[in-house]
Design a binder for this molecule. Sequence first.
Ligand code: GLY
Ligand code: MN
Ligand code: MN
Length: 443
Amino acid sequence: MIKNKEFARRRRDLMAMMEKNSIAIVTAAPERVRSRDTYFPYRQDSDFHYLSGFPEPEAVLVLIPGRAHGEFVLFCRDRDRDREIWDGYRAGPTGACKDYGADDAFPITDIDEILPGLLEGRERVYYAVGKDRDFDQSLMDWVNDIRGRARSGAVPPGEFIDLDHLLHEMRLFKKPAELTLMRKASRISAAAHCRAMKTARSGISEYHLQAEIEHQFAMDGASFPAYSSIVGGGKNACVLHYVVNDSVLKDGDLVLIDAGCEYHHYAADITRTFPVNGIFTSAQKAIYELVLNAQLAAIDVVQAGRHWDEPHQVTIEVITAGLVDLGLLKGNVSKLIDKGAYRDFYMHRAGHWLGMDVHDVGDYKVDNEWRLLEPGMVMTVEPGIYIAPDNTKVAKKWRGIGIRIEDDVLITRKGPEVLTAGVPKTIADIEALMAKGQGAKTA
Ligand code: GLY
Ligand code: MN
Ligand code: MN
């Protein structure tokens, strides 16, 4: 759990970077209808959580550096005995101050009356325009309201600045308390993948392995999967965002699982690909070894001082050369790389930032150059090879093979730290783990 003093430190750090005489506004995530009067499980907006830890919808966080009556103002739902009986306890403005450290808190229903007064006289507003249309409109109305009173001396803000830039730069660098949660999310997710490997056997459905994975998440206290779990048997592994997960797993096929949990708002993101029956065929082995070599080579360059694109380039080089060796591509390796020939088989990037969001925030380029990797950043390394089942340009034995291997890597001063090392990825280790599993005994 992130402690209140850590949330307070984040607010302080953000306010220290804000321009003089400014105000920042962040809104909570809305609740979303799933069907008629039932809702998707609520998940707080990552920016809002990062700055407050406040877990409720219908809330607005306002930071006003230098305000005499307090710099951290929270608007939230009032306590409501009836609603609390049905939907859960609420902090209310009193709880917002007492339990979440707000200096001042008001009912969200009073925001139209109070927020214009907080905006008045502030020259700059830090706000992420375009995320919430209704709130964008309200904000413009409040500013217009102040403009309308200019003749009586009201001073409207003159400048809107994107809050994301400052805030997301902070989120990109993970502090020790965040890394504790990310390590835990990684450990839980790794254990879940091991469980799936041990359970796999032909005849069960993809959703059976999804259930094993998500069971482990829940048993370890992870609130949700960090994204929809992908369990693709055989050619389904060639569909990058396959989430239907309803086919039967077949003897002789591989299964690709891309799944990670969210633990106290922090994500893990792991992919493993393994044989349904516990033993790789020689064609599967050849492609698997190639993807693994690409992944290991890429992890080697996840080093402080290297730039963001280097791991990706390494995967392209290893994969292109390997595909030529195996006869899946023909020609000169550098020319094939220049032409992008690998894209028929490897059509995504080697990774992304990881944090509270699975595809986490943070710029990948600075001043139009790939940014340098620095300690505290966490990224995934996830090359893959996907051979379309209808690719008649390659020998039949390769068709329909889809393999991705994905780990989460923290950049440290001492080099890359693989947070998700708890789940095997060499052929020998996977086969050994599967041989111990329930799948092996009952096959
Ligand atoms: N699971 C989403 C991704 O790997 O990027
Ligand atoms: Mn990923
Ligand atoms: Mn993934």
